[in-house]
Design a protein around this ligand. Structure first.
Ligand SMILES: [Fe+2]
Length: 174
């Protein structure tokens, strides 16, 4: 898959990621985090694990906010101009460093999300859960699904493809 990335497909892929994943995160996190908070505080006796879910999801929020800002302001623009072979953007060492940083953030986020999966027993909706709890668990499950697709698109297609493009450029100009 990573070899399919071309200069022409980069802007479309970046737009797809921002529209379907970054915007989804920005639209979903505030109200979902508020719902999880309410369940942890108001129904902590019924759902004691929701306090842990709240802490984990709060951490995910801060990591992803910073990660998306780095991607949209630094990494994506860098990749978009790779083919221009502009001296400012073809520093052979900088792009892999930036990409390693955002990949580490993805890995950390996936670990946190997996902890939420474990805390909720694989997003199990038990008989007797109130409607708010059922919705929160289903939303967390959807959030994880969107996140894993997002991380796969970036890590394995956009970023690995960009490194391969940069390597071809470097060889071509050497
Ligand atoms: Fe992203």
């Amino acid at each position: 898959m990573k070899n399919q990335l071309t200069y022409e497909s980069v802007p479309e892929l970046v737009d797809h990621i921002v529209e379907n994943h970054h915007n989804y995160i920005r639209n979903t996190i505030p109200h979902l985090l508020a719902e999880v908070y309410k369940l942890a505080i108001n129904h902590g006796d019924l759902y004691p694990f929701m306090k842990r879910v709240f802490i984990l999801f709060s951490q995910i929020k801060s990591v992803l906010e910073s990660n998306m800002t780095s991607e949209e302001n630094i990494v994506f623009p860098f990749i978009k101009v790779l083919e221009k072979n502009d001296d400012r953007y073809t520093d052979f060492k900088l792009l892999p460093l930036l990409i390693n940083q955002v990949k580490e953030e993805h890995e950390f986020t996936a670990i946190l999300m997996n902890k939420i999966r474990n805390a909720t027993n694989n997003y199990e909706i038990k008989a007797g859960y109130c409607m708010a709890m059922q919705l929160a668990i289903a939303s967390l499950k959807s959030f994880e699904c969107n996140l894993l697709i997002h991380i796969d698109l970036e890590n394995n297609i956009l970023f690995d493809g960009a490194i391969a493009m940069q390597s071809r450029l470097f060889k071509a100009s050497a």
